[in-house]
Ligand binder design. Structure first.
Ligand code: F6R
Length: 610
């Protein structure tokens, strides 16, 4: 998730671009750059690091002109570095491109263009776009962009400039957001409204397959097929802070709603077109090495550890490799048995968590191969691991992790299938069935989100209690642990997650009249056993909210006080759905208690101390 901005008018474009990028820094911040038409032609300044680094560079190497494009990067293809930063250009330096999204077929395009003599300097997919546009250019930039995007697969929002037509700024969108700001004798592009809100409140919101040609005096809208279209102007009446959160009250709520996109992005390019196999090109292990893995350790902290608990079941049931899970702060102190055929999987949203990094180093010191699942390309964990599966959740701002957790689950599903497939444990038909169900998950999450308001009243009632329990069996217990952590960290209500069958061995003594219990009942093979455990707490006065699969809610309601149903999927995939109501519940409980949802007390987003 990167941020793009563009300007064409009479102001100093550099000022507009930098101000716009500041508003977009929350979308990514590992490097930034701008391209501006100057008296010397198209000039580019870019720099690794925060935007402030680019500003410093601009002091030493000023740039002036009234047309330009800018970018703040959240690395996807290629580590954060000056050369991988946007804008990218072609070999003639006559074309410049900023891009948000992922071009899935960039390697094929790169190969084809290389054969024609194009020379690439970066590791990015975006550089391919600038070369492709240059290759398709025969005197008209609009046609060149249209021809180029027809050859690209994936997601993109683009801002394009060419020195041959310096009075035009071309913008195009597919599956990545892009808005056009309308001014007086000036026009703007932005990947989000905040980028341009200081200058105009009138915008066109582009849909997939639409493009805009901006000049100083106007904006022409068309489809990528070249059909001219007209659109209503959207007048923005939000303030800047609301706009940064895309209209949501908090980043956490925005990120909960971004989960369908995070699922799609994390799956994108990792499933074969026929849906019969998983393609994890990022894993550099040979088939022999994959077959040689005798055990797996999953190591992580907090929410990432909870994703690992699901990962254990997924890998064990699909690939039949024994898996142990450890919290990273304990791992290296228990002298884990690590052999050369142990695969250690570290999971970390930030890729900077000190304990996780120390566990990774311990594993490597002992000769294990380390695979990282992380959300931040170029993070310490990503750099030091042998193989990396990146979760494409985009930057997570709220301290309470939501979309990073669920994208980690998607990564585990992909990995479990891949290991099973490569080790000959899964038939194409089984992979196909799971993959088909995975493709449905984003829509199923959307349907849960549509009912989010239902949780307000339940959460308000819950917020009046000081103690609460989550129970479940099997994968439901793994999700219960994440639900409990979410609630604790933002609502400050004490809660405990228990394996439903374990309560009677002591903890049942804490159940008293009116205590809320959230019971996950989604694992159909364990369904009756969990209902018996629910009856145990009900008999002692608990007020039970059940989370059940659609079709089972009527039956479950006979044993609980309230029930919320989630769409049906394969049992292994249920965590990717059942956690969503728990996230929403925690959010509303925190609000009801008047807490700072995005920045809970005593916590930091990235824990870089041991
Ligand atoms: C809770 C939460 C934390 C993190 C943990 C690990 O919502 O976000 O428990 O999961 O601090 O962080 P990463 O994944 O960055 O290593």
């Amino acid at each position: 998730m990167c941020g793009i901005v563009g300007y064409i008018g009479n102001r100093d474009s550099k000022e507009v671009l930098i101000e716009g990028l500041k508003k977009l820094e929350y979308r990514g911040y590992d490097s930034a750059g701008i391209a501006v038409f100057t008296d010397n032609g198209l000039e580019i300044r870019k720099s690794k690091g925060r935007l402030a680094m680019l500003e410093d560079k601009l002091k030493n190497e000023p740039i002036a002109g009234s047309v330009g494009i800018g970018h703040t990067r959240w690395a996807t293809h290629g580590k954060p570095s000056d050369v991988n930063s946007h804008p990218h250009t072609d070999n003639s330096s006559k074309f410049s491109v900023v891009h948000n999204g992922i071009v899935e077929n960039y390697l094929d395009l790169k190969e084809e263009l290389s054969a024609k003599g194009h020379i690439f300097v970066s590791e990015t997919d975006t550089e391919v776009i600038s070369h492709l546009i240059a290759d398709e250019y025969h005197g008209d930039i609009v046609t060149a962009v249209q021809r180029a995007v027809k050859r690209m697969r994936g997601a993109y929002a683009l801002g394009v400039l060419t020195e041959y037509e310096p009075t035009k700024l071309v913008a195009v969108r597919f599956a990545s957001p892009l808005v056009i700001g309308i001014g007086e004798n000036e026009n703007f592009i932005g990947s989000d409204i905040p980028a341009i809100l200081e200058y105009t409140r009138n915008v066109y919101i582009l849909n997939d397959g639409e493009m805009a040609v901006l000049t100083r005096s106007g904006v022409e809208l068309m489809t990528t097929n070249g059909d001219i279209i007209s659109k209503e102007i959207f007048h923005v009446d939000w303030d800047l802070v609301t706009a940064e959160k895309a209209g949501f009250e908090h980043f956490m709520l925005k990120e909960i709603h971004e989960q369908p996109k995070a699922y799609r992005d994390t799956m994108m390019g990792r499933i074969s077109e026929d849906g019969k196999s998983v393609v994890l090109k990022e894993i550099g292990m040979s088939n022999e090495q994959l077959r040689g893995i005798s055990r797996i350790h999953i190591v992580a902290c907090g929410t990432a550890f909870h994703a690992g608990l699901v990962g254990k079941t997924v890998i064990e049931s699909l690939a039949r490799i024994p898996v142990e899970t450890d919290v990273a702060s304990e791992y290296r102190y228990r002298s884990p048995i690590i052999t050369p055929d142990t695969l250690v999987i570290v999971v970390s949203q930030s890729g900077e968590t000190a304990d996780t990094l120390a566990a990774l180093r311990e594993a490597k010191r002992n000769g294990a191969r380390v695979l990282a699942i992380t959300n931040v390309v170029g993070s310490s964990v990503a750099r030091e691991a042998d193989d990396v599966i990146t979760t494409w959740a985009g930057p997570e701002i709220a301290v309470a992790s939501t979309k990073a957790y669920t994208s980690q689950l998607i990564a585990f599903y992909l990995l479990g299938l891949y290991l099973a497939q490569e080790r000959g444990m899964a038939q194409a038909q089984q992979v196909e069935e799971i993959v088909a169900a995975m493709h449905k998950l984003p829509e199923q999450v959307e349907s849960i989100l549509e009912q989010a308001e239902l949780f307000k009243t339940v959460a308000e009632a819950m917020s009046k209690h000081d103690n609460l329990f989550f129970i479940g069996r099997g994968l439901d217990f793994a999700v219960a642990q994440e639900g409990s952590l979410k609630l604790k960290e933002i609502s400050y209500i004490h809660s405990e997650a228990y394996a439903a069958g374990e309560l009677k061995h002591g903890t049942l003594a804490l159940i008293e009249d009116g205590i809320p219990v959230i019971a996950l009942v989604t694992q159909e093979d364990l369904y009756e056993k969990t209902l018996s455990n629910i009856k145990e707490v009900k008999a002692r006065g608990a007020h039970v909210l059940g989370i059940a699969n659609a079709g089972y809610e009527g039956e479950v309601l006979k044993s609980v006080d309230e029930v919320f149903s989630i769409p049906r999927t394969l049992p292994l995939l249920t965590p990717a759905l059942s956690v969503v109501p728990l996230q929403i519940l925690s959010y509303h409980a925190s609000l009801a208690r008047g807490n700072d949802v995005d920045k809970p007390r005593n916590l930091a987003k990235s824990v870089t101390v041991e």
